[in-house]
Design a protein around this ligand. Sequence first.
Ligand code: IPM
Ligand code: MG
Length: 360
Amino acid sequence: MKLNIGIIKGDGIGPEIVTEAVKVLDRVAEKYGHICEYTELLLGGASIDVHGVPLTDDTIRKAKSCDAVLMGSIGGDAKTSPWYQLEPSKRPEAGLLKIRKSLNLFANLRPAVLYDELKGACPLKESITKGGFDMMIMRELTGGLYFGERRTVEENGIMTAYDSLTYNEVEIRRIAKRAFDIALKRRKKVTSVDKANVLDSSRLWRKVVDEVAKDYPEVELSHMLVDNCAMQLVRDPGQFDVILTENMFGDILSDEASMVTGSIGMLASASLNETKFGLYEPSGGSAPDIAGKGIANPIATILSAALMLRFSFDLDAEADAVEAAVEKVLKEGYRTIDIMSEGRQQVGTAQMGDLISSYI
Ligand code: IPM
Ligand code: MG
């Protein structure tokens, strides 16, 4: 099979971690008889440096012509990077939001898994984590506060800023369906998270999710208020299977969930539209403080490539092989510095990529 893959290396540690994921993809292609063709795309600071803007129309066009896109990370240090001297709509993050919207990537899947081998890194008490946890946060990614009307005006001599949170039922229904479909393949539980005691948008969210649930009688649905959910994630993360939520709540809760795993460098993510196309990226950020040092953990990016093989190309055996290779590397005791513990062997970014490739 020919895999036409867009590659966004991005900023910070992005180029280093993507290089390792490509190494692993090339190994998969060699072993299973596929051909990977890569198209390099510029996004974020890397695009600002070349084109003056974080995303060009040409890049959007090229991305659309790929079957899937693998991304590293974008953005720099807001205090020191010149990118943050630009107005907000020209900064690296604006490019990320624009590509999500342009490619209609409304479904963002962010797994938060406690790896057995890395239990020691989890900041929660053992009494809380002893049963383990494995949840999938389904974040709506192209609506809500991120894309609502916003403006800053002076009213009667007082500066006032507006951001609007809007959802229509079509947007809610399509992400809810995705969440229920994914729950069917997991433990068949959806927790829909909102703020229905305050927000109209949340009350509509709840109503539409209840309607969608009728088509999935085998899935157990519950609703939870977002503040309670933030608390439950540290009180008893094992209670969650699929968490379904809107854009801003999902942004916040997914960071919290990844932190409680203790190993954000391990977590992959996928942003999908109605077709097989997806944008795959690690959950962590661009970590400018460690960029170029060869110590970043490439595993989240490698696991994102596995998600890509599974969701965009239906190559389950290949995805399984990548995931098994990651498990093996952990079992053998190899660790990058972020997940290092006593008695294990510390390796750098490239060595981790080599080891995982060699286990495929
Ligand atoms: C994320 C990030 C982005 C978001 C930023 C960089 C705009 O935090 O992917 O979670 O808020 O969506
Ligand atoms: Mg975020």
